[in-house]
Write a protein that binds this ligand. Structure first.
Ligand code: ATP
Ligand code: MG
Length: 571
């Protein structure tokens, strides 16, 4: 067992100094500033990692497309030169609408080199969500393929006056003077590019939130965010020389950029990318064959794997695996315990948001894991629990107090704005603190526990009930695979707790089971908190990043408009 990078959490947290800890990053040559792409690619390509695999893409048929750090340096330089040749200006926005293909990585990092702002879109978006984001983000360039272009984008062009070019990755010739061949352009330009001087505060990335609580917001991040990508890679994901890392996140979501692209590269390890979507046996095969050391995935995936009648470590050689990490939603204690026995390694939940740009709270490899907890703050980040009373924010210091999860806003990757929504952005801050919109508790040992999103909290008979607690308890019943809990208005008690439940295979949805579950819930949670209504469903509505859309369940329950559904996963 390798010794973790973070050996003594308390000491590191106490002594942490961002500038000292990031001194190993090189900065642009001749003191010309800090650029994410230089730290992620060029500085390695100019050193001993030149011929090391940066990205190994596993295609549908299991063949590979391998990119070394040296290859990536050249191809991203070419892409930056393409942008220059097209007359794009620094600060303009380059969008991608692609699956996990090499061009996605080249586009992201090449845009950063050029100092364009990169914004990924989910490839499964239909025309309207694509339009909304491209128009709100004033996209200048879109990199996509012919099929997506014809099916989803071409008819929008009249409504997208800022969009200058569409670069198609799968055609050898231009379609017209706007829709151009990516490869043809790449061939015309040099593979050398000098990154222009870049300020730490220059905008780098635009990420739309998942839209779990409403209309997605466009969070802006700057080049300085690379400090967080580097430190979280080192201390949370525990990247060590020679490591093979696999992040399963969709490239259309912030995790797909921060941890699917930037963090592993900045830390000089090899990333595995699987072209395919979730497929349990394929995934286990990849973990085994590619000797993956660190695996970063999401609770929905873990819950799906858990539902299968299979102990992976008995069927597959997972001896290379050192850590499994999870983000995006609360990871229930059951899943942590199951995962440890199924994989034989720690399952580390961690918390962050589009707005924070990188992991902020984590179960660290060298700390005791508390199943069901998000863990402790990243060194360099101050996290608190607070009450908000009018204009005042009061930090709560007594253990177990429930309140708003707030972060001191001075860490490098805090977002610098919501695109075109200044007021909404300002509302997220009170004094030095950023309000995450989530509710949490902190225990006596300094571990943070997720309670729920502020918007999802249920007020019933004078109690504040966090859906996560109720859902976790329901999932401890052997028949329950997944649960989502909402508050349903009820005049006498404010709201009543209603649960939507997906059953495990082999359990029939009938009145007996409903009564049994209600009885069980009352016993373990007490009658004030336990659901009064249970409805069995085949599946729960989720976002494309795997989050349960409780607001949609609630809207349907109340017969209200369903709201923005652009990120709803269709199953
Ligand atoms: P929107 O802001 O548009 O409603 P969203 O908040 O789901 O969407 P993201 O930024 O992708 O968009 O998700 C961040 C949120 O996901 C967090 O604020 C939190 O509610 C939830 N989350 C992420 N990781 C965890 C975790 N480990 N435990 C509990 N919740 C988590
Ligand atoms: Mg959010």
């Amino acid at each position: 067992m390798k010794e973790a990078n973070l050996k003594d959490y308390a000491k590191t947290y106490e002594e942490f100094d961002w500038s000292k800890e990031t001194a190993t990053l090189s900065g642009l040559p001749d003191g010309k500033g800090l650029n994410i792409a230089y730290e992620a690619v060029d500085r390695h390509a100019l050193g001993p990692l030149k011929d090391v695999l940066a990205i190994r893409l596993v295609r549908k048929d299991h063949s590979y497309e391998d990119l070394t750090y040296g290859d990536l340096k050249k191809r991203t330089a070419q892409f930056a030169n393409v942008l220059r040749r097209l007359g794009i200006a620094e600060g303009e926005k380059v969008f991608s609408l692609l699956g996990r293909v090499p061009e996605l990585y080249v586009t992201a990092l090449g845009s950063l080199k050029f100092k364009a702002v990169y914004c990924p879109l989910f490839s499964v978006f239909g025309p309207e969500p694509i339009f909304q984001r491209l128009s709100k983000g004033e996209g200048a360039v879109l990199v996509t393929n012919t099929q997506f272009y014809i099916k989803k984008v071409r008819d929008l062009l009249d409504r997208l006056p800022t969009l200058k070019y569409i670069l198609l990755i799968d055609v050898a010739e231009d379609l017209d003077d706007k829709a151009l061949s990516f490869s043809k352009l790449m061939k015309k330009v040099s593979d050398e590019f000098t990154i222009p001087p870049t300020q730490e505060e220059d905008p780098a990335l635009l990420h739309f939130t998942s839209g779990t609580t409403g209309m997605p917001k466009g969070a802006i991040h700057v080049h300085k965010a690379v400090f967080t990508h580097y430190i979280t890679g080192k201390y949370v994901l525990d990247f060590q020389p020679g490591d093979v890392f696999w992040c399963t996140a969709d490239p259309g979501w912030v995790t797909g950029t921060s941890y699917g692209i930037i963090s592993p590269l900045v830390n000089g390890v090899t990333s595995i990318v699987d072209e395919e979507e979730f497929d349990a046996m394929r995934w286990y095969g990849i973990l085994e064959k590619e000797k993956v050391n660190i695996w970063y995935t999401a609770p929905t995936a873990i819950r799906r794997l858990m539902r299968m009648n299979l102990v992976p470590k008995e069927k597959f050689d997972l001896s290379a695996l050192r850590l499994v990490l999870s983000v995006g939603e609360p990871l229930h204690a059951e899943a942590v315990v199951w995962g440890e026995s199924a994989y034989g390694v720690p399952i580390l939940d961690n918390w962050w948001q589009t707005e924070t740009g990188g992991i902020m709270i984590a179960n660290f490899p060298s700390l005791k894991v508390k199943p069901g907890s998000m863990g402790k703050p990243l060194p360099g980040v101050e996290v608190g629990i607070a009450d908000v009373e009018g204009e005042e924010l009061v930090l709560l210091t007594n253990p177990e107090a429930q309140g708003h999860l707030v972060l001191k806003k001075d860490f490098p990757s805090i977002f610098r704005g919501y695109l075109h929504e200044e007021e909404r952005y300002q509302k997220c801050f009170m004094g030095d603190w950023y309000l995450s919109g989530d509710l949490a508790k902190k225990d006596a040992e300094g571990y943070f526990w997720f309670v729920g999103r502020a918007d999802d909290i249920i007020k019933t008979s004078g109690h504040m009930v966090g859906p996560f607690e109720v859902e976790s308890n329901l999932m401890r019943h052997p028949a329950v695979a997944e649960a989502a809990v909402i508050g349903k208005p009820e005049p006498s008690i404010g709201e009543l707790v209603k649960a939507f439940v997906v059953l495990k295979e082999g359990h029939a949805a009938n009145e007996d089971l409903e009564l049994e579950l209600i009885g069980y819930a009352r016993k373990v949670m007490g009658p004030a908190v336990a659901p009064k209504e249970i409805q069995f469903v085949e599946s729960l509505p989720k976002t494309k990043s795997g989050k349960i859309l409780r607001r949609l369940l609630k809207a349907r329950e109340l017969g209200l408009p369903e709201g923005d559904l652009s990120t709803l996963e269709k199953n």
